[in-house]
Design a protein around this ligand. Structure first.
Ligand SMILES: Cc1cc2nc3c(=O)[nH]c(=O)nc-3n(C[C@H](O)[C@H](O)[C@H](O)COP(=O)(O)OP(=O)(O)OC[C@H]3O[C@@H](n4cnc5c(N)ncnc54)[C@H](O)[C@@H]3O)c2cc1C
Length: 370
């Protein structure tokens, strides 16, 4: 008998969950509210803990094709420019952890997972499908989705008010629908995400468009008072990703924020920093116009930790990625943890093919093992 997994959300976590579940022998139906599978233009760092999972899924070659593998992580004082510490990555990390440290464009990671999912043959992907609610009656879980109007991730994408609710039944539902998760809202009914007061300005640009002295093939983290800037190569080292986090607030609905940024605010917040950092921010800002706006803005939100890992699964429903444990990005592990969750889920779902194990028990065990 084939088991059916339903997945809410087709971000990095949802696609990784689809891969984990389909590799475990489950049929998968995934529902994404956007009209296309896409990821915003920004980078992610992937520690060896995550790269190892991707390698285990047979994605080593695909990853090597699009990622960069920096040899060094340097931490610098943002005000004086002084070096505070260095972590050797490259061969040392490979030797110690059995997998390299990678940096990658989010869109490349997302696409790599999408291709792997599409190659599985037992995954059905549904776009323009907003998850509205679910019913878990103990024997199966029924997911209700609604057709979406509007341009997906762009502001204003909302379910069509008059669209009928479509229902689909499965043996398990995985809520991978991100920070503002509907599945979590129904499962835990906790408070909405909290606004941290931290703003992330993100930019990605061809290294060739920067003066030679500002190009870099290492990870550099600049630390200063109320300031955190990270730069690293992506796309085989040809592009540079820069994230600058400062304190501040934005007005408006954070769920439909269009990410437009005022570079002048960032320049003001970093005006006392060391010359190389100031020069980098200025050079990135100057790239505006040639490849669209240089900086895009995220108002960072998170949630207080759950009271325990057991809260990540109830009955036939489990949460994964930012839906389960949204965090601030300072340790660069959010997407990585979503992928690790998906790997753990895959092990658990493989067990549930044995009639001796029931689905709620394996989902609960997988939540506790994460
Ligand atoms: C500035 C910054 C830097 C970061 N850097 C790193 C890093 O270096 N390394 C790292 O590992 N992580 C990093 N992260 C964290 C990482 O981006 C997230 O943890 C990760 O993207 C979470 O993936 P997810 O799939 O759980 O959620 P999301 O990426 O939010 O995906 C959720 C998906 O669900 C869809 N969805 C939402 N609601 C519904 C619904 N009702 N119905 C259907 N679909 C729905 C959305 O459209 C979306 O496609 C960073 C985050 C930020 C903000």
């Amino acid at each position: 008998m084939t088991r059916q997994a339903l997945i809410a959300g087709g971000g990095i976590g949802g696609l990784a969950a689809a891969l984990g579940a389909s590799r475990a022998g489950w049929d998968v139906r995934l529902y994404e509210r956007a009209p296309v599978f896409s990821e915003v233009g920004a980078g992610v760092q992937l520690g060896p803990n995550v790269v190892r999972v991707l390698h285990g899924w047979g994605l080593q070659e695909a990853l090597a094709h699009v990622a960069a593998f920096p040899h060094r992580l340097q931490v610098r004082d943002a005000l004086s420019g002084r070096e505070l510490g260095v972590l050797q990555l490259g061969p040392q990390v490979l030797q110690k952890y059995g997998a390299p440290y990678a940096t990658i464009h989010r869109a490349d990671l997302h696409e790599l997972l999408l291709h792997a999912v599409q190659a599985q043959g037992n995954v059905w992907l549904n776009l323009n499908s907003a998850v509205a609610s679910y019913v878990d009656n103990g024997r199966e879980v029924t997911l209700q989705t609604q057709t979406v109007a509007g341009p997906g991730h762009a502001p204003g994408a909302r379910p069509v008010a008059s669209a009928p609710l479509l229902e689909v039944e499965g043996d398990a539902l995985i809520g991978a629908d991100g920070l503002w998760s509907r599945v979590r809202q129904q499962m835990l009914n906790d408070a909405p995400p909290r606004v941290t007061g931290h703003l992330a300005y993100r930019a990605m640009l061809a290294q060739a468009s920067l003066p030679e002295r500002l190009r870099s093939q290492q990870v550099t983290a600049w630390l200063g008072p109320r300031l955190h800037v990270v730069q690293y190569p992506v796309r085989g080292g040809e592009w540079l990703n820069v994230v600058a986090i400062v304190h501040g607030q934005v007005a408006g609905d954070l769920q439909s924020w269009d990410h437009s940024a005022n570079a002048g605010d960032l320049q003001a917040a970093t005006r006392l920093t060391a010359a190389p950092l100031r020069d980098l921010i200025e050079a990135v800002t100057q790239c505006a116009g040639t490849t669209g706006p240089a900086w895009r803005l995220w108002a960072l939100c998170d949630r207080p930790p759950l009271s325990g890992a057991h809260q990540q699964a109830t009955g036939r429903v489990a949460l994964l990625g930012d839906a389960a444990h949204p965090m601030r990005p300072y340790l660069a592990q959010g997407a990585g943890m979503a992928i690790e969750d998906a790997a753990e889920l895959g092990y658990a779902l493989a067990q549930a093919l044995d009639p001796a194990f029931d689905v709620p028990t394996v989902l609960q065990r997988s939540a506790l093992d994460r």
